[in-house]
Design a protein around this ligand. Sequence first.
Ligand code: ADP
Ligand code: ADP
Length: 224
Amino acid sequence: MLEIKGLGHRYADGHRALTGIDLGVERGELVCLVGPSGCGKSTLLRCVAGLLRPTEGTVTLDGNTVDRVPDGLAVVFQDYTRSLFPWLTVRDNVALVLRRRGLGRRERRAAAEEALAAVGLADAVRKYPWQLSGGMQQRAAIARALAYRPSLLLMDEPFGSVDAQTREDLEDLLLTVRGGEGGMTILLVTHDIDESVYVGDRVVVLTGAPGTVHTELRVDLPAP
Ligand code: ADP
Ligand code: ADP
């Protein structure tokens, strides 16, 4: 489904963030991307999201070159403080994106409440983002991404701000949504090796100091 070939990126200031990345992801797969801080994980995700134009190589999605934000894509960023609209309740933040799915008002609200309940926010649906803790805001952002039922979900260290128990619950939630009928494909950036081995069908390790050639190491996990 996702094909990355010879991907490299050099930022406008000359900084080389990524070199020679080849990676293919099958539909319904959950691939974890790990590696030290600054090795280019976020840069790679931005190239796949169509938010950054790679300076070398190609990213294709179902055979089409990614040159803008693809349809059916959802992204969960690490920085939850900029992800929710502050003037909308948590429920309306989630319901808003469902407009693009062509759902009616009542269906949007029901789907939003269901997604929020799935991340443990059933009691917070009428609250505004600023009334929630950081971890709860991040869970709302995750609920919004999942409610959209994307064909490709990109997550950049999505659990950094949530407590350990909630993190485990969210990891289990990811395992239930990946693959399945909708065939949701997930690319998850994490610095937590344990997490990557637990949720990943496959773990891809990016190594190398920034500005040098990166080596990709693949770890194919045995079926549990
Ligand atoms: P990671 O997500 O693995 O921590 P990033 O993709 O954020 O790595 O960054 C890779 C390298 O590119 C880092 O050295 C970072 O400082 C640099 N970098 C990231 N964004 C920019 C930018 N907008 N301009 C210049 N350099 C950047
Ligand atoms: P991450 O936690 O994903 O590694 P960072 O904290 O490195 O992200 O970067 C946060 C933001 O700062 C990103 O949007 C990134 O593009 C930008 N950034 C990082 N390094 C640089 C840099 N050297 N020059 C310009 N912008 C940068």
